[in-house]
Structure formats: structure tokens, C-alpha cells
Design a protein around this ligand. Structure first.
Ligand code: AMP
Ligand code: FE
Ligand code: FE
Ligand code: ZN
Length: 278
């Protein structure tokens, strides 16, 4: 089995890349993809660990893009960690994450939940800054009792301190990743994983779709799988592990999604197809 979606301290995960790879060994996985938010900084460490421990580590990255219904997460695969064009794109995305965290901090101040931007950076410890770091800073300051409460009260979408990220188009990210020999898969689409929505995304460059994810129940998996087969999209799946298992059912333990090795073989074969055939 494999797991094509997980996070480390390079973004909002709790474990270092090497520890994520060790967890993959313990789970008996043959391959994982480390898909940190807007960074490839964890890949060299993960790939070194993978070589010494006998687990394949596919270079990955989770991008956030704008789609007609709002924000969508896009998993890039076969991403090199040392490509100047990809890094230039990601540097901008991370600087926008800093801008947004500062705005959230300022809104929180207006709501009486004082934390400093430096506190958020401290939680991120050099990784790409995300809302979980804001949530951890709120918890450390005693404003909430746990991360979940921080999202529910303050920084979840629709809550008063939520600030939108700048969202590039799917087309822009797909073009960037394709130019480097990679592929893109739509993450945790839930009810948007229908033929109607997916055919629109395919027109914009989508190669594959994440069918197995902790937020997908059996019916959702069946709907998305059927759509992938109808449209000729590849399939991916993963736990979205962040080093712990949360209570809201959107992250699970590494290896829990039972993704077969063949899906990676199939993805790999897709890389050599001309873009028009994807
Ligand atoms: P960001 O990319 O900064 O908007 O943060 C998104 C990340 O926050 C996701 O990848 C999850 O790790 C986490 N997250 C999003 N919503 C929630 C929630 N309701 N409760 C806990 N964590 C969440
Ligand atoms: Fe995350
Ligand atoms: Fe995501
Ligand atoms: Zn994720």
C-alpha cells in the first residue's frame, strides 16, 4: 500500500520529514508522497530517509487554487525540490501566507484575542505558515482550549478572523507542474467530485483526482471513482496525515486509506503521455 497525501513540519504537520518516513515504514507502506502546503523544503530530508529505509518518496506539494466554487487544493506529484521556477512560484505563495497571517493577527487583536505575528512564526518554526500555526499560537496564549476551537471561533472559513489566501488558477499551477514533468490531482473534493465539475477541471489541466481521503465516505468515493473512470482521470489517495489524528475527520493515520501501489504505477505511466492525451 501507499499514501500520496501527508504533511510535515515543512508546513503545518507536527513531525519532521524523516519521522514521517519512519511512520511509513512502520505502517508497511512501499511509497508515500510528502505533500506539504506551498513548499518542497521537506523533500530532501524525506527522500534521504526514504533511500536509507527502503520507502519510495515521491516529490509532492499541496497548492491552493481558485475555482468557480471557491478554494480547491491541488496535489502536485513528481515535483523536483530544486527547480528555480517552482521555487519562485512557491516563494510568492509563502510570502502571501505571511501577509495573510499578519492580517489574521490584526483581526484577532480587534476581537480581543491578542497574539503576535512572531508567536505565529514561532509555531511555524521556519515552515510555510498556515492557519494551524495561528491556532496553536491562540492556544499557547490561552485564548482557546484547542486548535479546533480556534477554527470554530476565529479562523475557520466564515469566522471573523478568517482571511483568504491569494489563489492562483488551476491552469497556472497545472502548466507550471507539467512543464517540470509532474502531474496534478484535485484533493478532497467531497461533493464537488462529479463528472460535471471534474470535466471543467480537466479542461484546465487536471490529470487525476483524489478518491480516497478521510473526508470521503463510501458513496463519495464511489461517485468520484466513477467520474474518474468516465473522464479518464488518474486516481490518487491518501490520509492527509499531519502527525496526529484530528477529531473532525479530515486527517487520518498514515497508510489508513488503503491506496494500492498500482495507482502510482498508473500515474507514472501518465507522465509520458502528451498533454493533450491526459
Ligand atoms: P491554510 O492553508 O492556512 O488555510 O490552512 C489549512 C489547513 O488548516 C488544513 O490543511 C488543515 O491542516 C487545517 N484545517 C483546516 N480547517 C480546519 C479545521 N476546521 N480544524 C482543524 N484544522 C483545520
Ligand atoms: Fe494542512
Ligand atoms: Fe488540503
Ligand atoms: Zn493536505
Amino acid at each position: 500500500m501507499i499514501d500520496l497525501h501527508c504533511h510535515s513540519t515543512a508546513s503545518d504537520g507536527l513531525l519532521a520529514p524523516e519521522a514521517v518516513v519512519r511512520a511509513a515504514v512502520e505502517a508497511g507502506l512501499t511509497a508515500i508522497s510528502l505533500t506539504d502546503h506551498d513548499t518542497t523544503a521537506g523533500l530532501p530530508e524525506a527522500q534521504r530517509a526514504g533511500e536509507s529505509l527502503g520507502v519510495r518518496v515521491v516529490g509532492g506539494c499541496e497548492f491552493s487554487v481558485g475555482v468557480p466554487w471557491g478554494e480547491m487544493h491541488l496535489l502536485g506529484y513528481f515535483i523536483p525540490h530544486d527547480d528555480a521556477d517552482i521555487e519562485a512560484f512557491l516563494v510568492e505563495a509563502r510570502s502571501d501566507r505571511d501577509r495573510r497571517a499578519r492580517e489574521m493577527v490584526s483581526r484577532l487583536a480587534g476581537l480581543g484575542a491578542l497574539v503576535r505575528f512572531e508567536d505565529v512564526l514561532h509555531e511555524a518554526a521556519g515552515g510555510a505558515v498556515g492557519r494551524p500555526h495561528v491556532a496553536r499560537a491562540l492556544k499557547a496564549a490561552g485564548h482557546v482550549k484547542n486548535v479546533q476551537q480556534a477554527f470554530d471561533r476565529y479562523i475557520g472559513r466564515g469566522r471573523p478572523a478568517f482571511v483568504e489566501k491569494r489563489l492562483p488558477t488551476l491552469r497556472a499551477v497545472a502548466d507550471l507542474v507539467h512543464a517540470k514533468g509532474g502531474l496534478v490531482s484535485a484533493a478532497h473534493l467531497k461533493s464537488f467530485g462529479t463528472v460535471a465539475y471534474l470535466s471543467g477541471l480537466q479542461t484546465e489541466g487536471l490529470d487525476a483526482v483524489e478518491t480516497r481521503h478521510p473526508s470521503h465516505d463510501g458513496d463519495t468515493i464511489a461517485t468520484i471513482t466513477d467520474a474518474a473512470l468516465v473522464l479518464g482521470l488518474g486516481r490518487t489517495g491518501g490520509s492527509d496525515w499531519h502527525g496526529e489524528v484530528d477529531t473532525i475527520g479530515t486527517h487520518a493515520r498514515l497508510g489508513s486509506q488503503l491506496v494500492p501501489d498500482e495507482w502510482l504505477v498508473e500515474l507514472e505511466a501518465r507522465r509520458s503521455l502528451p498533454s493533450a492525451g491526459r
